[in-house]
Ligand binder design. Structure first.
Ligand code: NAD
Length: 374
């Protein structure tokens, strides 16, 4: 096993999730690389202290520049508020480290383009986090779409729904403020998840009409008072895409206020001859449409059919921690040139394309009109 030293900047929700994926790497049976968490930088002491449970993690620092100066760090994963993406990502690249970036890959489109230019300039291997396509159901959607069984595509819907923000007593965090999350709000928060597979299929919107909604104008500030919240919370993007000679409607949905949904990622592609549906609401289940004189939606329970094989029994269910680990396996194997024909992580071009979609959505919302993308 080729050991790769990993540094994490931002040890919050996602930083810890990634650390736990490395800690159970022994579950994977067909990878030739082994991530080893060697350093963590976070401003908060309590956050840093959590990482003391990981023996390989020898460096805990409040100053990410110290982590970047550590020769044991080969790859840096950065999970910080969006207003810091551009500065930190570029610092990582210029320190000569490879980058696993978090979405939305910058504060806005200009920021994403500056990061992409730094990737180009430094030549460092860079990918962006987007884990749901590694689920077996999502992988089957990819195979089905590429199989040509759909006939002429009639319609595409791809989205991601949460509901926790329906609770108006939930204290505000940085994701509720445009100054930290970006004017794009929920688009930046959930948009990569909705856009990743469509973009991988080459389905970038040509035109787009956006409906953006805000939720609660203020929330508890966690200190006994209230604070103003100004980000968009729900987004429906009605778009046209081209598939071959055909113009096809595609709807992208990103919602933080979706009644009853905890973390629902879904995609549906309907065609004249076939159709396919997958949602994490039914994480084992793949739906396939069969046309003919009588029409059927067939459903099947999928097992643990992951891109990278694991010790986990084939009939068991996969979950969020599993796809995080699979995504890291894809990142590290691609970095070694060993990905083969397996699904790769979101590319820099795909991340910039999401920001082009988000910018067009803001423009459409502002003008109330349909916006063309180049
Ligand atoms: N891929 C996914 O499914 C997914 C899920 C949630 C969040 N995210 C993304 O991950 C990123 C982080 O989100 P989160 O939910 O983990 O946030 P979080 O608030 O839980 O964690 C952010 C951490 O960054 C630290 N931090 C802030 N400034 C810092 C600095 N200058 N140096 C070092 N550390 C610093 C904070 O102390 C905090 O611990 C965002 O880009 C977000 O969009 C991705």
């Amino acid at each position: 096993m080729n050991k790769i030293g990993i540094g994490i900047i931002g040890g919050g929700l996602m930083g810890r999730e990634m650390a736990s994926a490395f800690a159970r790497w022994c579950a994977l049976t067909d990878v030739e690389v082994q991530p080893e968490l060697v350093a963590v930088a976070d401003l908060v002491e309590d956050v840093r202290n959590w990482f003391k449970r990981i023996p390989s993690c020898q460096q805990l620092t409040a100053d990410y520049k110290e982590l970047l100066a550590n020769p044991a760090v080969d790859v840096v994963y950065v999970a910080v508020p969006h207003n810091l993406h551009e500065k930190l990502y570029i610092d990582v690249l210029e320190a000569g480290k490879d980058l696993f970036a978090e979405k939305p890959f910058g504060f806005d489109l200009a920021s994403a383009k500056n990061i992409a230019a730094a990737v180009e300039r430094t030549g460092r291997f860079t990918r962006c986090s987007s884990e749901f396509p590694f689920l077996p159901g999502a992988q089957r959607v990819v195979q089905y779409v590429n199989s040509g069984k759909l006939g002429r595509v009639l319609e595409v819907v791809s989205g991601f729904h949460h509901s926790s923000d329906l609770d108006s007593t939930k204290p505000a965090n940085w994701k509720r403020f445009s100054r930290m999350c970006g004017e794009i709000g929920v688009l930046g928060d959930l948009g990569m998840h909705a856009c990743h597979l469509p973009l991988r299929f080459g389905w970038k919107p040509k035109t787009l009409f956006a409906q953006l909604q805000k939720g609660f104008p203020e929330r508890p500030d966690g200190k006994g008072g209230m604070t103003a919240c100004d980000t968009w919370d729900n987004a429906m993007l009605h778009t046209w895409i081209s598939i071959g000679q055909d113009e096809v409607p595609m709807r992208l949905e990103m919602k933080r206020l979706a009644p009853g949904e905890t973390n629902t990622w879904f995609i549906e592609v309907l065609g004249t001859e076939g159709g396919v549906r997958f949602s994490t609401k039914e994480p084992k289940t793949l739906w396939l449409f069969e046309g003919g004189k009588e029409q059927f939606w067939k459903k099947t329970d999928l097992g643990f059919g992951m891109p990278f094989k694991a010790v986990t029994g084939g009939i068991f269910e996969p979950g969020f921690p599993d796809v995080i680990q699979q995504m890291w396996a894809a990142y590290l194997m691609e970095r070694e040139g060993l990905l083969g024909d397996r699904f790769g992580c979101a590319t820099v071009a795909e991340a910039v394309a999401t920001q082009e979609i988000f910018e067009a959505a803001l423009q459409s919302q502002k003008t109330g009109s349909v916006v063309s993308l180049t």
